[in-house]
Design a protein around this ligand. Sequence first.
Ligand SMILES: NC(=O)C1=CN([C@@H]2O[C@H](COP(=O)(O)OP(=O)(O)OC[C@H]3O[C@@H](n4cnc5c(N)ncnc54)[C@H](O)[C@@H]3O)[C@@H](O)[C@H]2O)C=CC1
Ligand SMILES: NCC(=O)COP(=O)(O)O
Length: 330
Amino acid sequence: MTIRIAITPGEPAGIGPDLVLQLAQQDWPAQLITIASPELLKDRAKKLNLPIELIPYDETVPATPQAKGTLTILPVELAEEVKCGELNAKNGLYVVESMRVACEKNISGEFDAIVTGPVNKGIINDSGISFSGHTEFFATESNTADVVMMLATEGLRVALVTTHIPLAYVSKAVTYERVINVTEILHSELISKFGIDDPTIYVCGLNPHAGEDGHLGTEEMTTITPALDELRGRGMNIVGPLPADTLFQDKYLQHADAVLSMYHDQGLTVLKYKGFGKAVNITLGLPFIRTSVDHGTALDLAGTGEAEVGSFTVALNEAINLANRSKKHG
Ligand SMILES: NC(=O)C1=CN([C@@H]2O[C@H](COP(=O)(O)OP(=O)(O)OC[C@H]3O[C@@H](n4cnc5c(N)ncnc54)[C@H](O)[C@@H]3O)[C@@H](O)[C@H]2O)C=CC1
Ligand SMILES: NCC(=O)COP(=O)(O)O
């Protein structure tokens, strides 16, 4: 049976639509349902000189593999015409609505996974919708208390304890419960989604030198180590907390199935230095499969034909693999 993958191109003035059109220039072993404005895609295809046929989505017709030069389209209407590279708060609702539809149809089981293009969090907030990221949005929409952002590239997986919050709030958000919950989700999905029997997780400290025995910060002693000790007591292979600045070396990474970072830039800076453009963002803990690109909206490149499709390709392939695995294993 052919699987159905929902694709949301994200910010309409960014490179998301360009990349979806680039993806459509090859055959895929899944039906690709793009939840977007057909006018936007046609207009961008014309600008980029890419052939595209948009086939209306019909849920009553069995899914077939997406043929080169086509996309299946589930229309969402823009509020205003899009100019490449120019954000417009009036189209904020359009972006969120496409994500909402994708979420709803994944929860109902009509679709098998979601792959998201990049959004601009600021302009969505400017449109009057409180929004900090897809990860948090899908968690709320699906009533999931704890989800985990994990980015992966060849040879490195990095998961985060905290995601899109100001640095000033990080220390308070790194709680005993959150460290336990995130590590449990990461551990369990390394097994279920990635087929790793007995995963080993390396964990970063929060403070410089992991707190230097309490002289440079105490969260390691009061919160992180007690949580990790609890998990070690349950039989998990957990190493750390180790100083984040020296953890990311082969000596440790060769044994790590994933690294758990305390905050966004601590882990993602290293991940993106290693694999920007070839990495995938995977949300763990959701009741459906969701992957995404490793980059942002790149407004400077929208409509130019210079945007690289590498990460979107990795994200789509990963979603297809995870969805097929999930179908096979139930
Ligand atoms: N998955 C998502 O929705 C993500 C959204 N963002 C959002 O994107 C917006 C812009 O963020 P920035 O930090 O400027 O990052 P960015 O990734 O949009 O751009 C950083 C640099 O990388 C280049 N670049 C990005 N993607 C590229 C591609 N596919 N091919 C060639 N070059 C590429 C851009 O031209 C720019 O020079 C922000 O609003 C941010 O929140 C950022 C990361 C992920
Ligand atoms: N740095 C990751 C990012 O900004 C994308 O996050 P999300 O929108 O996938 O939650």
